[in-house]
Ligand binder design. Sequence first.
Ligand SMILES: Cc1cc2nc3c(=O)[nH]c(=O)nc-3n(C[C@H](O)[C@H](O)[C@H](O)COP(=O)(O)O)c2cc1C
Ligand code: SF4
Length: 600
Amino acid sequence: MPDDDLETRAVDAALDRHRRDRTRLVEILREIQDDLRWLSPDTLTAVAAGLGVSRADVEATATFYAFFATRPRGRTRILFSDNVTDRMAGNRALYRRMLAQFGLSGDETSADGRVSVGLTACTGMGDQGPAILVDGRVVTRMTADRVDAVADLVRRDVALADWPEEFFRVDDQVRRADVLLGGPWVPGESLSAAIARGRDGMLAEMRASNLRGRGGAGFTTAVKWMAARDAAGGPKVIVCNADEGEPGTFKDRVLLASHAGKVFEGMAVAAWCVGASEGFLYLRGEYLHLKAPLEAVLADMRARGLLGRSVLGTEGFDFDVEIRMGAGAYVCGEETALIESLEGKPGRPRIRPPFPVVRGYLGRPTVVNNVETLCKAHEIAKRGGAWFAGTGTRQSTGTKLLSISGDCDRPGVYEYPFGVAIAEVLADCGAERAIAVQVGGASGVLVAADDFRRRIAFEDVPTAGAMMVFGPGRDLVDVAAAFADFFAEESCGFCTPCRVGTRLVKRLVDKVAAGHGTHGDLLEIRRLQSLMARTSHCGLGQTAANAVVDALERFRPAFERRLAAVDFEPAFDLDASLATARRLAGRDDADAHLVQEFEP
Ligand SMILES: Cc1cc2nc3c(=O)[nH]c(=O)nc-3n(C[C@H](O)[C@H](O)[C@H](O)COP(=O)(O)O)c2cc1C
Ligand code: SF4
């Protein structure tokens, strides 16, 4: 029986903490769920009434995010990270072991209501997986013994706070440091240099640096900042995109864990250039463990006068940062979807133009930058644009952080000047025998061994930061199937080409993987990729089938080995699908059966 008083108290407390502000709906729902474990229909009604918005609006947000439960679930919720590198490290066997511990057969809740066990997308722990989330807290380095230990703790109802600390250990694993990872943070140094240069002077340094965004698209940061500075309306906003949902990427996690001062000072430099007064760090739900340490850095910076009113004593320069948590939706990394999420809505990408720099958060000019980009802005403020442009290549200046995982001896974060050859990176991480690398995550490119001379740079192989290594013996059909699964799960469903296309690609790849595929299916995958790339509304759908098609082109024999020896085979058994109808009609004669025949 639900405890009505408990529910009312939890809802009221969360609403009050957030000043009954509708834009904070994601935070409000998170906190209520923390208290009540799930968001019941009554809870959603009470939240809607408390915020003065429609029930449908609250329900739309609650049902959009993977980490919100709108149906009862276990007192403990365990989610296994299911990235391709987790699969390579044996996560599925561990998942099955955990299910067996509780007598479960799939993604479900135990009969005693004690536990729910399921799968989730990449948790950003590729260098120390397989990982799981337990009530939102990440547990790394899962083994069979650790599965048994976790099951025992859950069975004995031990509070998370009393679990062995070792389970929650998250390491930085920095393997190669350059100016960013190797340099210290001297609080206020870059911000005072930026202020001393004046707004235009600092923007001139940003232009000279030719810094391009590290979030994937590679847009020139100075151009973005100048557009926001020139845009009408205010107060202007700086958003740090710490959603880091791209499978295989975890370099932003390391920056936030050990270089947060640089991130926040970079945001303040941006605010100075643009004339912004409000900042948000949008932190992916999987990085909940970083929230409290990040709040501590912010408090320290406020105490030093680096944030707040009259930053560093500069009259008229007021700027502060608030941390907002995501709730398990990859598409929220897309900047307009992220802004929707910040406004408390489902994270569906907006139609552009207008671009966020003109009309973003609550219609105000908004700059969205990646965590690493903001650290670079901090470096440029400190050492100048010419110094920055002196490293890297012509079109890709500075250094780049790579998150390396998969079949290599030394997974972790590596910092290189842009232009480094893939072969050099592989030698450094102990992966000389690799047969392929996926650069840029699930939406990136698959590079086969004969192309390992190619270079990491916007001119050649661009990347937001992921490099997943596949060693000898890996089957690229399985890799393609994992990427197809990911996009079918993460499509937000807003536009048909992506919503339907990702499902069809998944079905076709699964069909090939199961040995029923034909040449026609391979052609169909290519046709769908081309259609989705041309007609999808946002970058997710536009790139969703790229990795599958790359694998198909570069590892054709692996796919052909699995094809059925016919030109066409149906994706499902038509006759079997009519079994229920036959049963209901009480017929099982020859005419009630379909015979499928296909001409070669
Ligand atoms: C589906 C999708 C997911 C994205 N996820 C992220 C992300 O997790 N982090 C990020 O910085 N950018 C992400 N981006 C890119 C952002 O939309 C945006 O270009 C970026 O944050 C801009 O920052 P930058 O100019 O500093 O690179 C994503 C884009 C798409 C289409
Ligand atoms: S492309 Fe996919 S993720 Fe992007 S808006 Fe369309 S359905 Fe949503």
